[in-house]
Design a protein around this ligand. Structure first.
Ligand code: ADP
Length: 953
């Protein structure tokens, strides 16, 4: 890790948490303590394979945080993550194909299932997360400063994974864990916690690297707060929506539970009612088509009250009546008159309507179940079963009807009323439809005298009772007879006109939900409070550290100004001295031990070492001044050029793919900061400082950049001053020589004017002509001098538009222009052909050859066979032009001087001493160089020159 220690601590804590949770789960499996592996009886346990990977990843993170970790440790960490990737990848692949390996249990016995998922196997969600982390952690630990985009990406992935896992944790907290009972194995509660820890570690690791680029120069204002605010809003929104989601989910589940309960109760009741009806019908069936009973009835009707038959009948009926607790059993004759009733004690007589039905049953010949009816004598409600009795002997002649009367208060009403649990509002209602009305058949829990009295018009379709009477079945919501919202299960009872309604007030149903809602609200509020406190804490930390930083920055700005002042006041003779001093001040400013300044040339991609700190010279045996280094060979210190930005390494021992190592004898480095200096878009220099006692930070980058910027401007000014000084000196020399050289023809003219005055007095003096001749010559010489001076001053200022011209043309033209001298002196000129094409001001370029050829002829001396050679040699760096002669040659002592203004080796020679100076100026305009090769007087001379910027390639 290369970043401030504050980020290491959370990574360490998270690594320890991950390893701890993994160890606890493994211990839970081994010691058969299920609570350690699953955190709850109904929760799925963490698989041993998952636990092992958490231990491994946690250890890897702890190792990565060690300050002294070397290459070996890094390799080991990478190995752990690679192994994790292989394991989780293969388990994911296999589980996708439905294969679950027992090897995953690591030899521990793991059998059984939770929520339909087999225990002891890694969840595919966990496998995917492991796979993701196996790539992200190594990427982060090895990529370092080189890929800020990647680290930013990792940071965001960590945020997303963290958010996803916090949802899973919330789901566990709300008691509705996700993916339970789904298609695949859900991640265990402790697995989600451990992944959360790993996600936080990833976040902490990528945080300093990810945002380094956006705040590179210590100008870190509290502008990171928008990120913090957005994160906080996300978290709050996440917590609230998760709470809302789980509350609704729970409400839905709870409601469907209540619905199931209502349905079950109504189904149960319908079943029992059916059974009850069947039993009653079976009782009546005992007398129906019963030959024995029929003959007894026949005998009784014939014998009258006192006969034996009566006793038999009474014993039949009495048994049934007593055993089944019937209200009363009547025997009616075919006209519907009661001939016998049991028990005998006087009671309200049979209802008329029932009598009619009894007579009717004789016609149909079927057992009839008469519905609830109210007896007009006494007003009680009864049900009845009518069994017609026929004479078996006389072709079924009607003998009478046996009527069993049932009092619903005895069994039916209490049964209907009964509710299996202690509800305060639940009840069951029995209804039937009568024309356009729904009639209540039983008494109400919240009402009196409703049976057969309370009737609802069928238009009241919101009432579940009406819905039931209309034949609707299932669970419905509606408004009951009290006008309260209720939930009701509706059932029709087969083979009867009855409908059953099991209903419960919504208020009672929602009461526990209300309680639950409060718990949820308290939970969410606590979580929001925690989140708020956490963020508030981070915020405070950040602003505190920001103010601390800005205070530091102000202090450092002051210091920098002081250092700059020192540098300004420093009296240096040249740029190197200035830079040496500036470097020294830079070291003091950044509290560094070593430092250097390199010049860098973007064209050649080479460094030239300019300044280095004194300590480096003592400690480092590999530094040599003005050594050239190629960028390609430069290690991490070349990164400042490659990335065109400051590079900061605070833990030099940590593995980094950018480092190429340093040669033996190099000063040992611990921390290192290098900054490129960019001038007009070009990197012109690199400054580096190293081995500060504490970590370098953004403020160092800023201070060093600002210092270097000012120093560079001072250096440039110094350089310009030096140039101006040089030019001034040249100008001084020039004025001196010009005045001196112009003076000599003037002196000549003046002298001969004096002679002329004397000579003119004598008539016809031949000396007058001679004097005038000398004066003419001197004036001509002066005019030539002035012309050539003018020419020289024009070079580089005015010119013709550039054009392509062949070397050979130029050579020919120079010979042509010198043709007079050449033929006069009898010189042999040889032009060696070459295809080189030049591009530039034609007439200026011609002047080079013109002057050189002229000199070659002029300084031929006594050589009888004067030979001049004009050519061009192709060398590695390009063509080198030459003009060679076998004339008087030049003493090597004067090889440099001859190119100066007015410098002539023989003061009596005819030239002005300006020709070669002019040639040199033109050559330099084309980025070239001219020099002379001559072994000395009498050995001839060869003038060579290059014109790199005029060569057409
Ligand atoms: P000048 O006008 O005197 O020729 P130049 O600048 O052309 O001035 O040359 C400077 C001096 O260099 C000359 O005076 C001469 O002494 C020497 N020189 C130039 N060219 C040659 C040559 N080809 N051989 C010998 N000496 C030369």
């Amino acid at each position: 890790m290369r970043e401030p220690i504050t980020y290491i601590i959370p990574v360490r804590i998270c690594g320890a948490v991950s390893a701890g949770i993994g160890c606890a789960a493994l211990a839970g499996w081994l010691l058969e303590l299920p609570g350690l592996a699953s955190l709850g009886r109904e929760l799925i346990p963490m698989a041993p394979s998952t636990a092992l990977l958490f231990v491994a990843y946690g250890v890897a993170l702890l190792l990565a945080c060690r300050a002294t970790g070397g290459r070996r440790t890094t390799q080991f960490i990478l190995f752990i993550f690679a192994l994790g990737a292989i394991i989780s990848g293969s388990l994911l692949f296999l589980s996708m194909r439905g294969v679950l390996l027992d090897i995953e249990h690591l030899g521990i016995e793991a059998i059984g299932a939770v929520a339909g998922s087999p225990v002891g196997h890694m969840s595919p969600i966990a496998a995917v997360t492991f796979l993701l982390f196996s790539m992200l952690f190594p990427a982060l630990l090895t990529s370092g400063i080189k890929r800020p985009l990647l680290t930013k990406g990792v940071w965001w992935i960590a945020v997303i994974v963290g958010a996803a896992y916090s949802m899973l944790i919330l789901a566990y907290l709300f008691g509705t864990p996700m993916f339970y009972g789904g298609a695949f194995i859900p991640p265990a509660a402790n697995t989600t916690l451990a992944f959360m820890a790993l996600a936080i570690a990833l976040l902490a690791l990528s945080q300093p690297l990810a945002w380094q680029e956006t705040e590179p120069h210590g100008q870190e204002a509290p502008d990171s707060s928008p990120v913090l605010i957005v994160l906080f809003i996300f978290l709050v929104a996440g917590i609230i929506s998760a709470g809302n989601f789980y509350h609704r989910n729970h409400q839905k589940e709870y409601l469907s539970g209540v619905e199931r309960q209502l349905s079950a109760i109504s189904d149960l009741k319908v079943g029992e009612l059916l059974l009850w009806r069947e039993e009653r019908l079976a009782d009546a069936g005992i007398f129906y088509h019963n030959a024995d009973f029929a003959s007894s009835v026949k005998a009784f009707l014939q014998q009258g009250k006192g006969g034996q038959a009566r006793q038999r009948i009474e014993s039949w009926i009495g048994n049934i009546q007593k055993n089944h607790n019937y209200n009363r059993i009547f025997l009616l004759d075919p006209q519907g008159k009661t001939v016998l009733s049991m028990p005998q004690i006087s009671a309200e007589p049979l209802s008329d309507s029932l009598r009619q039905k009894a007579i009717k049953s004789l016609r149909t010949g079927q057992i009839t179940f008469t519905d609830f009816y109210r007896n007009e004598f006494g007003g009680k409600i009864f049900l009845g079963i009518l069994a017609p009795i026929f004479d078996q002997a006389r072709e079924g002649a009607a003998l009478g009807v046996l009527m069993i009367r049932i009092d619903p208060e005895e069994y039916l009403y209490p049964f209907i009323k009964r509710w299996p649990n202690s509800s305060t509002t639940a009840e069951t209602l029995l209804v039937r439809r009568e024309g356009n009305e729904a009639v209540f058949l039983n008494e109400l829990r919240f009402g009196r005298n409703a049976a057969l009295n309370l009737k609802l018009p069928l238009e009241e379709t919101k009432n579940p009772v009406v819905m039931a009477a209309l034949g609707k079945e299932g669970v419905v919501r509606g408004i009951d007879y009290r006008g309260r919202p209720v939930l009701a299960a509706l059932r029709s009872i087969p083979d009867s006109p009855w409908h059953l309604v099991a209903r419960m007030d919504e208020e009672e149903i929602y009461a526990p939900m209300q309680e639950r809602l409060w718990i949820t609200v308290v939970l969410i509020s606590t979580m929001l409070l925690c989140a708020g406190t956490g963020f508030g804490f981070i915020w405070r930390q950040r602003s505190a550290s920001y103010y601390k930083r800005s205070e530091q920055q102000t202090r450092r700005n002051k210091e920098r100004l002081q250092y700059l002042l020192n540098i300004f006041q420093f009296e240096s003779n040249d740029v190197k001295e200035l830079l040496d001093y500036a470097l020294n001040e830079a070291l003091r400013m950044t509290s560094s031990t070593y430092g250097y300044i390199y010049y860098y040339d973007e064209a050649t991609r080479q460094f030239v070492l300019n300044s280095w700190s004194r300590d480096v010279m003592q400690a480092c045996s590999v530094v040599s001044p003005h050594s050239l280094y190629d960028l390609g060979k430069a290690g991490i210190w070349g990164e400042a050029i490659r990335q065109r930005r400051p590079i900061m390494v605070n833990d030099f021992d940590a593995p980094d793919p950018l480092k190429k190592g340093y040669p033996e004898g190099h000063v040992p480095l611990t921390r290192f900061l290098t900054i490129p200096h960019i001038d007009h878009g070009k990197i012109v220099a690199v400054v580096g400082v190293a081995n500060k006692e504490t970590a370098y930070d953004d403020a160092d980058i800023l201070q060093l950049t600002l210092l270097m910027g000012s120093v560079w401007k001072m250096a440039e000014r110094k350089e310009k001053e030096r140039e101006i000084e040089k030019k001034n000196a040249e100008l001084e020399r020039f004025t001196y020589t010009v005045s001196h050289d112009l003076k000599s023809p003037l002196v000549t003219i003046k002298t001969f004017l004096g002679y002329l005055e004397d000579d003119i007095k004598l008539p016809d003096n031949p000396r007058v002509k001679q004097d005038l001749g000398f004066m003419h010559n001197a004036a001509d010489k002066m005019s030539q001098l002035l012309d050539e001076l003018l020419e020289l001053s024009r070079v580089g200022r005015t010119g013709n538009p550039p054009q392509s011209v062949a070397f050979i043309d130029m050579a020919n033209e120079s010979v042509r222009l010198n043709a007079g001298r050449i033929s006069e002196r009898g010189v042999s000129v040889e032009i060696i052909d070459s295809p080189v094409i030049l591009f530039g001001d034609r007439s200026r370029l011609v002047e080079i050859w013109l002057n050189l050829v002229e000199n070659a002829v002029k300084y031929g001396g006594d050589e009888p066979a004067l030979h001049v050679e004009i050519g061009c040699a192709m060398e590695d760096d390009g063509p080198v032009f030459f003009v060679r002669d076998n004339g008087i040659g030049i003493d090597p002592r004067y090889h440099k001087n001859i190119f100066n203004l007015f410098d002539k080796l023989d003061s009596g020679s005819e030239g002005t001493g300006l020709g070669l100076a002019l040639v040199k100026r033109i050559v330099e305009i084309y980025g070239g160089r001219i020099w002379v090769e001559s072994e000395g007087v009498g050995h001839g001379s060869c003038f060579r020159f290059i014109l790199p910027e005029a060569i057409q390639r």
